[in-house]
Design a protein around this ligand. Structure first.
Ligand code: MRU
Length: 368
């Protein structure tokens, strides 16, 4: 995607030193564009946990490169396997909800297990991380192509009048390696000349919508408006939303979707108003072992300070301010689960399907 006209991915290997991984530090957006260098697996753990990088896809790919950095370090150690196992479990523990994290770490463990010579394992892990990164970008691009069909159909039905799409949180290119999941169809439609406008939920408490999705859309020249998290229902009642597209952090084999807290309420409002509600789902976000999202998906609980404090630009400087009575407790659930019955369709890299085990398995027969 373009940042001030220059193409970027969200993660890449330093051209001058292949032992360094570069990422866009999302904590500074939208006010500053900062690139961070990750030198060790510890740096990757901090970047994931403290949300320098975030979003299901990018969390997974950062963990994949983290395993490569761990292998580079462990190669000089007598206890290579123990060090790699320790790095894997510490990476997986950073954030529990997005399944891409354990998916990527497991792939790296499997890849290194196939190589006999310890000295060759880091290079194998690097190549495998590259493959995963390229696949992530390719899956998102395909999701864009499939989602474009849905947007085109709505555009035809509306006689090419402006289509209003509501999205929650940031399932944009910042949440992946490139293109994004929920935003990929939007970018594809815009590129194809479809007249559209995006309602961007601000997404308290970390404000991924207000700070990241809005920044992405602005950089790509896509008309959008930031709204508070409670506005969507009102807009839907007044015919001001044509469709909703969100991302996912973990989708069950039966089509239940865990996504950023507040997604479920949008799905309820969309159902009540007969508005199509789509989820963009790369297969790396599907947890084929689960069948009941509400009972089985672990919901991350983050520090209550994220709810009590807010940070932003004040007279040219980043400032953090307290919003609440200092002694009031706050709860910070990161995600919620939208049951399959509220979802119109899942947009995967292989096509669009109804949110059910039968239809997901038909698209991914190898998972049976
Ligand atoms: O807590 P985050 O910012 O890592 O949460 C991830 C999200 O941005 C959303 O839930 C998103 O829709 C899924 S990630 C593609």
């Amino acid at each position: 995607m373009l940042v001030q006209g220059k193409p970027y991915r969200t993660i890449w290997v330093d051209e001058e030193n292949p032992q360094v991984i570069k990422v866009i530090d999302q904590r500074y957006l939208p006010h500053q564009f900062v690139v961070e260098s990750l030198h060790t697996v510890e740096d990757c753990i901090t970047a994931i946990k403290d949300m320098h990088i975030r979003g299901a896809g990018l969390i997974g790919i950062t963990a994949a490169y983290g395993m490569y950095l761990a292998a580079l370090d462990a190669v000089h150690d007598d206890f290579f396997d123990a060090k790699i196992a320790d790095a894997a479990s510490r990476l997986i523990a950073t954030r529990p909800t997005a399944v891409n994290l354990s998916w990527a770490v497991t792939k790296q463990l499997d890849c290194m297990a196939l190589i006999n010579s310890i000295g060759e394992k880091p290079q194998a892990a690097l190549l495998s991380a590259h493959q995963m990164a390229n696949q992530d970008a390719a899956f998102c691009k395909q999701i864009g192509a499939h989602g474009l069909e849905i947007i085109s159909n709505i555009s035809q039905k509306k006689n090419k009048q402006t289509i209003h799409i509501l999205t929650h949180c940031n399932a944009g290119w910042l949440a992946f390696v490139d293109y994004g999941s929920a935003t990929a169809p939007i970018y594809a439609a815009h590129k194809n000349g479809i007249d559209l406008h995006v309602w961007v939920d601000e997404t308290r408490p970390r404000n991924q919508g207000a700070s990241l999705t809005a920044w992405e859309l602005l950089e790509q020249g896509i008309p959008h408006t930031i709204i508070t998290d409670n506005t969507g229902g009102h807009l839907m009642q007044h015919g001001m939303v044509d469709m909703v597209i969100v991302g996912t952090d973990r989708t069950t084999a039966t089509g239940d979707v865990a996504n950023k807290i507040g997604t479920y309420l949008k799905a309820l409002a969309a159902k009540d108003n007969g508005i199509p509600f789509y989820v963009a789902v790369p297969s790396s976000s599907i947890d084929w072992s689960l069948t009941d999202g509400i009972k089985e998906i672990v919901i991350e609980e983050r520090n209550s300070e994220e709810v009590k404090y807010m940070s932003g630009l004040c007279e040219g400087e980043m400032k953090k301010i307290l919003l609440t009575p200092e002694k009031s407790p706050a709860a910070n659930y990161g995600f919620d689960v939208t049951p399959a019955r509220l979802i119109t369709g899942l947009i995967t890299e292989r096509g669009i399907c109804e949110p059910s085990q039968k239809h997901l398995q038909a698209l991914f027969p190898e998972t049976k």
